[in-house]
Write a protein that binds this ligand. Structure first.
Ligand code: CP
Length: 308
């Protein structure tokens, strides 16, 4: 049986193209499972997983929980805001206490970049990064690439533009790594203040003009404006951002081709994209969410098979 080259999923940076293809092949099988009348397999009856979220989440948390339930794993959920972390307990102590209750795998979202890497070096469990600050969000990038593969047949050779706040986006960084590993060309587009200086070192070109970026690409991934991470003013106003970097239906229809619109969610309707774009047939936003369950099932199943 083929297996992953890693024992943890800490970031796309640390996995190979072969790992990604294996995750996709496994997700194809699980996508068929979750569309059956009985959406469940007994594969992980002997595995216990803790979901520990130090930051808010809707999609990722629910998607991981559903993926684990569909695989018949036992799960425990931990929300930092209502835990002893608020009394000053360290991350390692918190996780080691959870692990003493015979937990095999930890899915963690944390506001500090590198929190998952740190944990993997200090505790005995398989760690899955569910987003670490502005660093990586590997399962989001995997489900994004899986959705492109599903819609366009392949990721290799495709042109993808990531639009918006690249500077603070873990989705952008993980997408850049995964899309390039799979043979796509990536450009970014957004306010100059939100494009990191090192971006060209990653082999990514900057296209400041949204119309030109859309005319070039096959897929536009529209990032959320993360007001909670904007400590200073990076653009004059939300209205101005929407005018320069938002996609509305008239812009989409004026292109001489049909591009695919993605968004990791949650959407600020009328800012990154208008409602008629979000709900158009060119949008794969709900496919991304559906595919997230199958992709996360694949990640958990493949990592669990390395524990047994
Ligand atoms: N895409 C994403 O990570 O969404 P949540 O923050 O709701 O998990």
């Amino acid at each position: 049986m083929k297996e992953l080259s890693v024992n943890h999923l800490l970031g796309i940076k640390y996995i190979t193209e072969e790992d990604i293809q294996l995750i996709f092949e496994t997700a194809d099988h699980f996508k068929e499972v979750i569309n059956r009348p009985i959406k469940k397999v007994p594969s992980l009856r002997d595995i216990t997983i803790a979901n520990i979220f130090f930051e808010n989440s809707t999609r990722t948390k629910l998607s991981f929980e559903l993926a684990q339930k569909r695989l018949s794993a036992d799960i425990v959920n931990f929300a930092a805001s209502s835990s002893s972390v608020t009394k000053g307990e360290t991350l390692i102590d918190t996780v080691n206490n959870i692990l003493s209750m015979k937990v095999d795998m930890v899915v963690m979202r944390h506001s500090s970049p590198g929190a998952g890497v740190f944990l993997s070096k200090n505790v005995k469990a398989s760690i899955v990064n569910a987003g670490d600050g502005a660093h990586e969000h590997p399962t989001q990038a995997l489900l994004d690439a899986y959705t492109i593969r599903e819609r366009l047949g392949d990721v290799a050779g495709k042109k993808i533009v990531i639009v918006g706040d690249i500077l603070h986006s873990r989705v952008a960084l993980s997408n850049i790594y995964s899309l390039q590993k799979l043979g796509a060309t990536v450009k970014v587009c957004g306010p100059k203040t939100l494009i990191p200086r090192y971006i060209q070192d990653l082999g990514v070109q900057v296209e400041p003009n949204l119309r030109k970026a859309l005319e070039w690409c096959d897929v536009a991934n529209m990032l959320r404006v993360q007001n909670e991470r904007l400590d200073i003013s990076y653009f004059p106003s939300t209205r101005e951002y929407a005018m320069q970097y938002g996609v509305d239906k008239s812009l989409l229809d004026s292109l001489n081709k049909e591009i695919v619109i993605m968004h990791p969610g949650p959407i600020n309707r009328g800012v990154e994209i208008t409602s008629d774009v979000a709900d158009s047939k060119q949008s794969v936003i709900l496919d991304q969410v559906e595919n997230g369950v199958a992709v996360r099932m694949a990640v958990i199943y493949l990592l669990a098979s390395k524990i047994k």
